[in-house]
Design a protein. Structure first.
Length: 89
């Protein structure tokens, strides 16, 4: 495999691993808050902005955290790969 193609493959592999880490983090966040705070008796729930705390932190805050994380990762970690063929190929 040509050297530049190998670099692109390695970069894609690294970025795929980062994507998997983000998915696992999202699931752990969601599961931890949903089942950690949501396993009490509903009469004992606390509320944030009218939502049960388990729902707010697992779904709403979790979405906000993931949007920020993915934006930062895409902007500062991922690299743009040209799709045009280089001259001489």
């Amino acid at each position: 495999m040509k050297d530049h193609l190998r670099r692109y493959f390695d970069l894609a592999h690294k970025e795929a691993k980062i994507g998997i880490v983000l998915v696992v983090f999202n699931f752990v966040w969601w599961f931890g808050f949903a089942y950690g705070l949501g396993s009490d008796d509903p009469a004992d729930y606390t509320y944030v902005f009218g939502f049960p705390a388990w729902f707010f932190y697992s779904c709403i805050a979790g979405l906000a955290v993931m949007i920020v994380l993915v934006t930062v990762i895409v902007k500062y970690v991922f690299k743009e790969v040209p799709f045009e063929e280089e001259d001489g190929e």
